[in-house]
Design a protein around this ligand. Structure first.
Ligand SMILES: Cc1cc2nc3c(=O)[nH]c(=O)nc-3n(C[C@H](O)[C@H](O)[C@H](O)COP(=O)(O)OP(=O)(O)OC[C@H]3O[C@@H](n4cnc5c(N)ncnc54)[C@H](O)[C@@H]3O)c2cc1C
Length: 396
């Protein structure tokens, strides 16, 4: 549908990407879902990295056929990967969300140490924001990131939960309070913590209803020290880094939601055209075709808002200006994913609930996390309304 938004080279890119994922990801998807096979995940990531697909949003590091690579193309990678296996896609989306602040804010020597590995698919990245008392409300963060001038080191103490790639990542971007004398949004800093740092541990891996094959867990820091040059950007300016990272992540999540929604829709469409009920194809019945129509227009809306946000980013929009289009992309695409996953199970009837009759049940379980991760739907609505109601400043 969005073909009218794409250049010929974009269309060629997407066709090649689909072929690539059909070769490198599709055959590994059953092992990722059924056997929780981390090796299958890392092999597919390495293949993507070697082929240059993880560099798209960093045009100066990209070496490939596209003249103007950018977030638009990185979002396509997310969409097409999520279409085949959302758990796999979450792993690369998180790694890229870690790569983004490294690229923009790390000291050259730190950036050089970690970024090429992530973009080459050889290293995994993670971002650590969420805590037991700080999920949507990041101002409740208790993790401390303090500077020890005597040893010229940053010291991290705190507990993070729901961290994607916890324990399997090679590098962590960790947010914490560095100045308690000012408001939380003015006293936060972000530091780069390499895997294996003393004082960092992983108390628990969670068992989720979906996203099998992906790793999400807790990370604890006890007097975990990193060199002074591991600070990202300026001291106490972590909130600005977090806002730009979340904008980026939410557009990528638009791609994830879209891919998941499309995969559900294809199953429903196929079933509606083949299953016979009461002497007719299921799709000929109004209660079914109206579900198909609702899925279809929402997918188109999600596609348009997601790629609009990605294009705006590629055209240079940043910070608070980008927050509304990024939140809209995330909101519509992730809510469309859950709607489509649910409607597909309903259209399939009993077949929708079994592993024996295809992927509808997996997609249903996977989709549910999408309106929660990367900022919930409620927080996305808040960002949208805040931009629309500047005079009264909606609160939380
Ligand atoms: C699978 C998975 C992977 C994740 N990966 C990462 C990761 O890699 N790194 C990371 O840092 N975090 C990660 N997270 C955490 C995720 O970002 C948080 O779960 C999310 O931001 C919500 O925070 P919370 O779970 O603490 O819920 P809460 O903030 O406690 O919210 C609970 C509910 O209340 C609603 N709510 C909160 N405040 C308001 C309000 N003012 N008005 C109305 N409703 C409100 C929320 O929208 C939500 O529905 C992950 C989470 C999951 C489930």
């Amino acid at each position: 549908m969005r073909d009218f938004l794409l250049t010929d080279s974009d269309k060629t890119f997407r066709a090649e990407l689909r072929d690539f994922l059909a070769r490198e990801l599709l055959p590994r998807a059953p092992a990722i879902e059924n056997d929780d096979d981390w090796t299958a995940v890392t092999r597919a990531i390495r293949a993507l990295g070697e082929a240059g697909y993880l560099r798209l949003m960093f045009p100066d590091l990209y070496r490939g056929p596209l003249e103007h690579p950018g977030l638009t193309h990185a979002t396509m990678v997310s969409e097409e990967a999520a279409y085949l296996n959302y758990a796999f896609e979450t792993t690369i989306a998180t790694a890229l969300s870690c790569a983004y602040p490294l690229y923009r804010y790390a000291q050259p020597e730190v950036r050089e140490c970690f970024l090429p590995g992530i973009l080459g698919g050889r290293k995994i990245g993670a971002i650590a924001v969420t805590e037991p008392d700080a999920g949507s409300d990041t101002s409740g963060m208790k993790t401390r990131v303090e500077f020890d001038a005597a040893r010229d080191e940053w010291v991290v103490n705190g507990f993070k939960r729901y961290i994607s790639n916890a324990s399997v990542a090679d590098v962590y971007v960790v947010y914490g309070t560095s100045n308690t004398d000012v408001a939380a949004n003015k006293g936060m800093s972000a530091v780069v913590v390499p895997a294996g740092s003393q004082g960092m541990s992983f108390p628990r891996r969670y068992s989720f209803m979906g996203r099998r094959g992906s790793v999400v867990g807790e990370v604890e820091f006890r007097d975990c020290r990193v060199p002074a040059n591991h600070l990202l950007g300026e001291r106490d300016a972590g909130m600005r880094i977090m806002v730009s990272m979340f904008n980026f992540e939410r557009i990528i999540l638009g791609g994830s939601g879209l891919g998941v929604a499309r995969s559900a829709f294809e199953i429903a469409r196929q079933h509606a055209q083949t299953r016979e009920v009461f002497g007719e194809k299921l799709g000929a019945k109004q209660l079914t075709w109206s579900k198909i129509a609702d899925m279809s227009w929402r997918i188109d809306a999600a596609e348009l808002l997601t790629y609009r946000a990605a294009r705006l980013y590629d055209q240079g929009m940043k910070g608070r200006d980008l927050a509304k289009p990024a939140a809209m992309a995330k909101l519509v695409a992730t809510e469309t994913a859950t709607l489509c996953a649910d409607a597909t199970v309903q259209i399939l009837g009993g077949d929708g609930l079994t592993k024996e009759y295809g992927r509808a049940e997996q997609i249903y379980r996977d989709a549910r996390s999408l309106p929660i991760v990367g900022g919930t739907s409620e927080m996305a609505r808040y960002l949208i309304a805040s931009a629309d109601l500047p005079d009264i400043k909606p609160d939380l």
